[in-house]
Design a protein around this ligand. Structure first.
Ligand code: 5RP
Length: 262
């Protein structure tokens, strides 16, 4: 069964599988969005179903909410939870300080709110997401639909003044229509040169009227779990500086793989 997964999916899976070890009975858990986070939600569902794990999940998108319910996780809102023990989510890029670019799946607003409301944020990622300097992945910025072209012009002006505008800024589209987030907003994807000063860029972007939130997650992530296609997993914690290396035995997970790929 494992043979049916590509190396990148195996890498995502092993990171997700290791991450659910951090979830304990009674926890309120932020559930991220994206293909890596979806593996994590399925792994948590296995634990709920087979081992009676009792958790409450706060999803970061309607997609994740539907999947969580599907696999038997009790779903509550952030307002019901108020504060979370841990959030586990994917990322589009992470650097050595565990600063992130997120929002490739368009869920950055809820993801940032949920991660910020958590004692711990764990990012799960395949090794290809690690970068020296953020910015190769286009930076998603959520903007309200009203006057979005003016907002885009103001954002570009700001990026030029900070010397980080690389090519251009594009409105994310789905076919012929602008992508619409769960909050009814649009996404601008900023094609930048490398972001040497992500903290400053994140702060300044949010000053532009019409910008709701940007996909730079600065000082939010505590732990990254990096998966490799051969089953190796590395856990790095930014707070205590620990690095743990391990390996997931695919054979032991065959049942899980069988379930997940059906
Ligand atoms: O930020 C996100 C969604 O808004 C995702 O976590 C990010 O895009 C990574 O996705 P994937 O795990 O599919 O590579």
């Amino acid at each position: 069964m494992t043979g049916e997964l590509s190396p990148i999916d195996k890498a995502k899976f092993v990171a997700a599988k290791r991450a659910v070890d951090f979830v304990e009975d009674g926890m309120r858990v932020g559930l991220g969005t994206g293909s890596t986070a979806a593996w994590m939600v399925r792994c948590l569902g296995e634990l709920v179903r087979d081992e009676g794990l009792k958790i409450k999940g706060v999803p970061t998108s309607t997609r994740t909410a539907a999947l969580a319910r599907d696999v038997g996780i009790e779903v509550i809102s952030l307002d019901e939870a108020r504060w979370l023990d841990v959030t586990i989510d994917g990322a589009d890029e992470f650097d050595g300080d565990l600063n992130l670019i997120k929002g490739g799946g368009g869920a950055l607003l809820q993801e940032k709110i949920v991660a910020t409301a958590s004692d711990q944020m764990i990012v799960i990622a395949d090794v290809g997401k690690e970068v020296e300097t953020l910015g190769a992945f286009p930076l998603p910025v959520e903007v309200i639909p009203f006057g979005w072209q003016t907002t885009k012009a103001l954002v570009e002006e700001m990026l030029i003044s900070m010397d980080v505008l690389g090519r251009n800024t594009t409105l994310r589209m789905i076919g012929d229509h602008p992508f619409v987030t769960d909050e009814g907003n649009h996404i601008l994807d900023l094609h930048l040169s490398r972001i040497g000063n992500p903290r400053q860029v994140a702060m300044v972007l949010n000053q532009v009227p019409g910008v709701v939130e940007n996909g730079l997650f600065i000082d939010i992530c505590d732990t990254v779990i990096i998966g490799y296609g051969d089953g190796r997993v590395q856990v790095r914690d930014i707070n205590d500086g620990t690095v743990e290396n391990g390996r997931l035995d695919f054979a032991e997970s065959d049942n899980l793989f069988t379930d997940l790929t059906e």
